[in-house]
Design a protein around this ligand. Sequence first.
Ligand code: BEZ
Length: 212
Amino acid sequence: MSIRLGDVAPDFEQDSTAGRIKFHEWMGDQWAVLFSHPKDFTPVCTTELGEVARLKGEFEKRGVKVIGLSVDPVSDHNAWAGDIEETQGHALNFPLLADADRKVAQLYDMIHPNANDTLTVRSVFVIDANKKVRLSLTYPASTGRNFEEILRTIDSLQLTDNHKVATPVNWKDGDDVIIVPALQDEAEIKQRFPKGYKALKPYLRVTPQPNR
Ligand code: BEZ
C-alpha cells in the first residue's frame, strides 16, 4: 500500500551499520529523513552518500536525523564505506539500513517492479517529530538527488508549521513568504506580520519571513 502525506510513517526493526534499529525509537522526538539507494558499490549512490555525510550538520541544525537503506547486507555497507570516504572526502556518519530481506523496502513501497524488480528506487521520506510523513520523493536509479532541496523543503515545512505562511516557487530560507489566503483578519495580520505586506492580488500577499 502506498504511503501518503500525513500518514504515520510505518515503524520497523531492521539491521544497520549502527546495529539493530527500531525506527520510531531511533527517531525519538526528532524529525527523520529515510532514503533508499539502489545498490552498494555503484557510482551515483557513492556520490549521494558522500553528500549526505557532508550535509549531516545541516540536518542536525534542523533537528533531523538521517538514515539510508539498500537491500545489501551490513558487510557490504561496511566494505563500501571506505570507497565513499576515499572518493567523496566524507566518511559515512549516519546509519545505513541493511534491508537484505526487503522488509522495509516493501513496507515503504521502495521497489517499483517496472523499473527494477529487485532493487530499491531512490525514495525519500521526510518524517516529522509526530512520525507523520511530510514529504515523499521518488527518483530513478540513473539520477542522483539534490539533498540541498531536501533541506530547503524541511526549512519550508518547519516555517509553515509555526507561522500562517506558505513558501513560493524556488523559495529559500530568508526570502519573502506568502500569507495564507485563509488569514483575513487585518488585526491578526498586523500582529503576525509587523513588517507589513504587499498584496499583488487579494489572494497573493507577500511579506518578509516572519521569524527573521
Ligand atoms: C548508481 O548508483 O550509479 C546506479 C545504481 C543502480 C542502477 C544504476 C545506477
